[in-house]
Design a protein around this ligand. Structure first.
Ligand code: NAD
Length: 270
C-alpha cells in the first residue's frame, strides 16, 4: 500500500488471539489498512507465522489472556514498539462445542465453566483494564469479539452462550465507565471454520471447530443470507469501529454480523 492511504493509517492496535481465525484476519486487514499490531497469543507457532507474514508491522507477545501480567506486558509492548495504543481488540476465545448442561457431570460443568469463562470473560476484562489508561491517552476504542451466541440460543452450549451474553454486559458497563474518553463496542460474528478450541477440562483442548462442523452446509443453513462465511468476511465491522471518524458516535453497541437472527421465508424465490 506504499503511497496509498489506508483507513487505519498510523493506528496502533492490540489483538488478543490474533494468531489464527478471526483474530488473524483482523490483524491482516488492519495492517493492510495502514495500522501496526501487537498480538497477545498463547501459540508460539502462530506468532512465528505472523512475524513471517508482517515483519516489523506486527509484534508478538506470547502469553495467556487469563493472566493480568501477560495483558499488561502486551500493552507495554504495544506502547514501546508503536508509541501508544489506539484500539484494543479482545478476541481470544474458547467454545464448548454446543454441549448441553445435562450432558455434563457437575464436576465437568464446574471446571469447564472456570476455564471457558476464564478466557471469554475474565480474559476480556483483564485486557480492557490493562489497555484502558493507554487508550484514554489517545481517545481510542475497544472492540470485543462476541458471537451470535451473545444474542440468541443454539450458537453453543450453556457455557459458551452465557459467556458471550456476559460479553454484552462488559461492553455496556465499560462503555459507561470509560465515556467520553474510550468508545467500547463489539462485533457478533456467526459461525466460521477456524481453529476455535474447547476447554481442556471438557477434554476439548485439542479439538477445533473445523473438525466438528460439516462446515459449508451447516453454516449456510443457519445464515439468513445463505452464506458459509469465512473469518475475513467478518472484518469490515472491526475496521468501521476502529477507524477514526467513521464511528465517532458509537459506544456500547453490539454489531450483529451473524445473519442468524432473521428466519428465512421458505416460500421466497425471486
Ligand atoms: N469460529 C466460530 O464459529 C466463531 C463464531 C462466533 C464467534 N467466534 C469468536 O471469535 C473469536 C476468535 O475465535 P476463532 O474462531 O478465530 O478461533 P481460533 O482458535 O482460530 O482463534 C483464537 C486464538 O486465540 C488463542 N487463544 C486461545 N486461548 C488463549 C489464551 N488463554 N491466551 C492467549 N491466546 C489464546 C488461540 O491460540 C487462537 O490463536 C472467539 O472469541 C470466538 O468465540 C467464533
Amino acid at each position: 500500500m506504499a503511497g496509498e492511504r489506508g483507513r487505519l493509517d498510523g493506528l496502533s492496535v492490540l489483538v488478543t488471539g490474533g494468531g489464527s481465525g478471526l483474530g488473524r484476519a483482523v490483524v491482516d486487514r488492519f495492517v493492510a489498512e495502514g495500522a501496526t499490531a501487537t498480538v497477545l497469543e498463547r501459540s508460539a507457532e502462530k506468532l512465528e507465522s505472523l512475524r513471517a507474514a508482517h515483519g516489523d508491522r506486527v509484534r508478538g507477545v506470547r502469553g495467556d489472556v487469563t493472566s493480568g501480567a501477560d495483558n499488561a506486558a502486551a500493552v507495554e509492548a504495544a506502547v514501546a514498539a508503536f508509541g501508544g495504543l489506539d484500539t484494543f481488540v479482545g478476541n481470544a476465545g474458547l467454545w464448548d462445542f454446543g454441549r448441553p448442561a445435562l450432558d455434563m457431570s457437575l464436576a465437568e460443568l464446574a471446571d469447564g465453566y472456570d476455564e471457558l469463562f476464564g478466557v471469554n470473560v475474565k480474559g476480556y476484562l483483564l485486557g480492557a483494564r490493562a489497555a484502558a489508561p493507554a487508550l484514554t491517552e489517545r481517545r481510542g476504542s475497544m472492540i470485543f469479539t462476541l458471537s451470535n451466541a451473545a444474542l440468541y440460543p443454539r450458537g453453543g452450549g450453556v457455557l459458551y452462550t452465557a459467556s458471550k451474553h456476559a460479553g454484552v454486559g462488559l461492553v455496556s458497563q465499560l462503555a459507561y465507565e470509560l465515556a467520553p474518553y474510550v468508545r467500547v463496542n463489539a462485533v457478533a460474528p456467526g459461525g466460521m471454520a477456524t481453529d476455535l478450541r474447547g476447554p481442556r477440562a471438557m477434554a476439548l483442548g485439542d479439538t477445533s471447530i473445523s473438525d466438528m462442523l460439516p462446515v459449508e452446509d451447516q453454516l449456510r443453513q443457519y445464515s439468513a443470507l445463505d452464506l458459509a462465511a469465512r473469518a475475513e468476511d467478518y472484518v469490515g465491522p472491526y475496521v468501521l469501529l476502529a477507524a477514526r471518524g467513521e464511528s465517532a458516535t458509537m459506544t456500547g453497541a453490539v454489531l450483529d454480523a451473524s445473519a442468524v437472527g432473521t428466519p428465512r421465508r421458505p416460500d421466497f424465490a425471486p
